[in-house]
Design a protein around this ligand. Structure first.
Ligand code: ADP
Length: 344
């Protein structure tokens, strides 16, 4: 059996093909610069056509979909109603859901008989209770406009949970861990008895930890000040918070490898601010979880930077807790999700 995983972005399409029986990666192709000036690939349809794969050999396609809103609490077969629902969620994730949907539609056109499955980045956090997912805003903001925390990176946190439980020799439903996905985007998740009970990303992937170019938690009044006093437009504010902040904003670089080599004050300070934020979330999640079997480090930074891991754990309270390093594999998790859906 062969399952393909597609991560369709606005200008790129990542494609991986797995042989399920052998759990082997057969093909790994990325088409970049889709629709850009001077690019030979004008749209997602051409991107699919350019892949070196025979779609007749594929048994199912799993798509990464960033936002599942409140409707999708699990992976699903894609039909017309699902497509419509993903389209309805575009305002909640304008950069992502539209592009994800484009990938789905193109595969549907190109290979209409292959079952397609949507795997949502928010779904793992569908177990958050109201006290975790509501902001202290007027309640109608939630009821009328669905403004709440959703959480992201769910596919990664779910994968890390499975792996960590196996490493700890525990059943998933008995596992209490804090997972840290520390990549260019970064999020923490408190997992109690195998379920996400809290996570650092919120209404969008901007909230929470200090990231490569995203600020994470800030006083929301700063945005109002930027707009009212500094006359920064909403579009510019979006750009500043998402693309010009985080490590990049603090020290001019968002690659932790480079920053670790530096000896200047601003590089060290940027890392210290990032580390302190991680520790604050761990502290909060330890209180929520009460029992913590392990803290799991993952993502490019968590997997590779021993210095970051040691700095986070170098604390009287945290020293008593086991830490694990797990290489995340979102595509493999999507394949596993597809297999679950195909069994239904
Ligand atoms: P993305 O969120 O884009 O998938 P990754 O999970 O690949 O990102 O993580 C990217 C981050 O991982 C970068 O900040 C990079 O500096 C960091 N990283 C990768 N390798 C190392 C390393 N050996 N030491 C420290 N940081 C690393």
């Amino acid at each position: 059996m062969k399952i393909a995983v597609i991560n369709s972005g606005s200008s790129s399409l990542k494609f991986k093909l797995f042989d399920v029986q052998r759990m082997q990666l057969l093909l790994d192709e990325t088409v970049d610069h889709i629709g850009e000036q001077n690019s030979s690939v004008h749209n997602h349809h051409e991107a699919i056509e350019s892949l070196h794969v025979n779609f007749n050999e594929i048994d199912a396609v799993g798509h990464r979909v960033v936002h599942g809103g409140e409707r999708f609490v699990d992976s699903v077969f894609i039909d017309d109603a699902v497509i419509e629902a993903i389209a309805d969620l575009i305002p909640l994730a304008p950069l992502h859901n539209g592009a994800n949907l484009e990938g789905i539609k193109v595969v549907r056109q190109y290979a209409p008989n292959i079952p397609q499955i949507a795997v949502f980045d928010t779904a793992f956090h569908a177990t958050l209770k109201k006290e975790a997912f509501l902001y202290a805003l007027p309640y109608e903001m939630y009821e009328k406009y669905q403004i709440r925390r959703y959480g992201f990176h769910g596919t990664s946190h779910a994968y890390l949970l499975q792996k960590a439980a196996a490493m700890l020799g525990k059943n998933v439903q008995d596992t209490n861990i804090i997972t840290l996905h520390l990549g260019n985007g970064a999020s923490a998740c408190a997992i109690k008895k195998g379920k996400s009970i809290d996570t650092s990303m919120g209404f969008t992937p901007l909230e929470g930890l200090v990231m490569g170019t995203r600020c994470g938690d800030i006083d929301p009044a700063i945005v109002l000040y930027m707009q009212k006093v500094l006359h920064v437009s909403a579009t510019e504010a979006d750009e500043i918070l998402n693309k010009k902040s985080g490590l990049l904003g603090l020290c001019g670089d968002n690659d932790v490898r480079n920053i670790e080599q530096r000896s200047d004050e601003s590089g060290k300070l940027a890392l210290d601010i990032m580390l302190r934020r991680i520790q604050k979330y761990i502290g909060a999640y330890m209180v929520l979880l009460e029992d913590v079997d392990a803290i799991v480090f993952s993502g490019g930074i968590g997997e590779n930077s021993q210095r970051v891991r040691e700095a986070v754990m170098n604390n009287k309270i945290l020293k008593k807790i086991k830490s694990l390093v797990i290489k995340t594999d979102e595509e493999l998790q999507i394949v596993n999700e597809c297999l679950e859906v195909l069994k239904r």
